[in-house]
Design a protein. Structure first.
Length: 313
């Protein structure tokens, strides 16, 4: 495939077209992913998540500039809210990182969540793989910022940075297990605000209450992204975590679990599509639904019947 060949040879246009093909589920999307898959697994994947208004995009911008100074090639998947009208991404994140778009060592792609409740589009992992195969040293996934439901990020990233802000109720967010347990590094952004010390202590307390025996205790770094304060220390902490993952063997374990979860998700998606296209559209299924409404049957019997049909197929 010429598109794949051009992508692997470093064509940014080919990368953009491949992402569009995969995200839009064109006929050649699966062939593209099969062709580039052997070239994946080299990029480091960083997830950045946190509550809306935490300054994730500004902080991402500063982190990227730190890595650019190290000579890294960086891909950014900025997951924005999906427009209820067009279905596209609202592009707020890309606007905040506008000066990076002209850098030849940076490739930014905005994606809508497409209704996904986990804060990520279902195609995020495929886009990450395309950027990985393209030759990016680091791929950053910045999530939409929907609070507690953003645990999907841990399934896609090697390291997860959770960004919190004093005075936005983040002390409550930090207590929620979903956010607390996915953080490998915590950043208290806008640290010049009142309540920074209080938030820091509360995160430390919650980490102390974690019953799991962990070899890595997430560090808490303070930043003021708008003034580029504390970003270098934060990048050092992120680098230390990745080194820990490599040295401890945890990186290989996480990536194996990610592969397993991805395959299971793809199987579930294929089964769901088969049911939607071949079973629930028929008159027989409508009769079964009516029987349940009339209390002549029950949902459990219908599901069992549907699964028998799927397994026979």
């Amino acid at each position: 495939m010429d598109l794949v060949k051009e992508l692997l040879n470093g064509s940014r246009l080919a990368l953009a077209r491949a992402i569009t093909a995969v995200e839009s589920e064109y006929d050649n999307a699966i062939d593209i992913m099969k062709a580039i898959y052997p070239k994946t697994g080299n990029a480091r994947i960083l997830g950045i998540t946190g509550a809306p208004g935490a300054g994730k995009s500004t902080l991402t911008d500063k982190i990227v500039k730190q890595y650019l100074a190290q000579g890294k090639k960086i891909g950014i998947v900025a997951v924005d809210p999906t427009s209820p009208f067009s279905g596209g991404a609202i592009l707020g994140d890309r606007i905040r990182m506008n000066d990076l778009t002209l850098n030849e060592n940076v490739f930014i792609r905005s994606m809508g969540t497409r209704g996904s409740l986990g804060g990520l589009s279902k195609k995020t992992s495929d886009v990450v793989k395309l950027m990985d195969a393209f030759g990016m040293d680091l791929v950053i996934i910045e999530t939409v910022g929907v609070g507690q439901s953003e645990v999907d990020i841990v399934k896609n990233a090697d390291s997860t940075l959770v960004v919190l802000v004093p005075g936005l109720g983040d002390d409550i967010q930090a207590i929620k297990a979903g956010i607390l347990e996915i953080g490998d590094v915590f950043a208290i952004n806008k640290a010049d605000r009142d309540g920074c010390d209080k938030l820091n202590v509360e995160i430390e307390m919650m980490l102390d209450l974690d019953s799991r025996e962990l070899a890595w205790r997430p560090p808490i770094k303070r930043t003021i992204a708008s003034k580029d304060v504390g970003v270098d220390e934060l990048v050092e902490a992120l680098d230390e975590h990745f080194e820990f993952l490599e040295d401890s063997g945890e990186l290989a374990t996480r990536r194996q679990e990610r592969t397993r979860d991805e395959i299971i998700a793809m199987i579930n998606e294929q089964i769901g599509r088969y049911i939607a296209d071949n079973i629930v559209v028929g008159d027989e299924f409508n009769r079964q639904v009516e029987a349940v409404n009339q209390k002549e049957s029950d949902p459990y019997t219908v599901v069992s019947t549907v699964m028998q049909q799927v397994l026979k197929a």
